[in-house]
Design a protein around this ligand. Structure first.
Ligand code: ATP
Ligand code: MG
Length: 137
């Protein structure tokens, strides 16, 4: 059993895709163990994406992630990290496989609808960014 952090980014919330995205997780056997709708401040978004602070797109990424509410979820299941990344599709929706969330809902690499942790260590850090033990049901 593994946990991963999923975030529905502001474009996914704005375009009304929360339900469809969550349905894909549940159909794939991932359980929602904790969940919250939240509008991140620029400072919080900057902290969440701190690993990318040296990248040229960092400021645009921070501005976008703080541009409206997001849905943060801890997903739980067997191979949850890899399973979520598979459901999400490639970072650039133009390269995402058919039937993936990014292929179906994302407009561009900047606004790519979902975030998912990429490893056990980042999943742990990212889950604790949003949730404490008492948020888990
Ligand atoms: P995420 O971390 O959001 O789940 P990812 O793991 O697929 O996406 P990362 O390499 O971690 O991709 O990049 C984080 C985010 O930064 C991407 O989701 C994307 O929005 C943005 N990004 C990544 N590479 C680029 C790029 N070359 N140009 C513009 N934005 C980018
Ligand atoms: Mg990433």
């Amino acid at each position: 059993m593994e946990r991963t952090l999923s975030m529905i980014k502001p474009d996914g919330v704005r375009n009304g895709h929360i339900g469809e995205i969550i349905a894909r997780f549940e159909k794939a056997g991932l359980k929602i163990a904790a969940m919250r709708l939240q509008h991140l401040t620029k400072e919080e978004a900057g902290k969440f994406y701190e690993v990318h602070s040296e990248r040229p797109f960092y400021q645009d990424l921070v501005d976008f992630i703080s541009s409206g509410p997001i849905v943060a979820m801890a997903l739980e299941g067997e191979n949850a990290i890899a399973k979520n990344r598979e459901l999400m599709g490639a970072t650039n929706p133009a390269e995402a496989a058919e039937g993936t969330i990014r292929k179906d809902f994302a407009k561009s690499i900047d606004e790519n609808t979902v975030h998912g942790s990429d490893a056990v260590a980042t999943a742990k850090t990212e889950i604790s960014f949003f949730f404490t033990d008492k948020d888990f049901v």
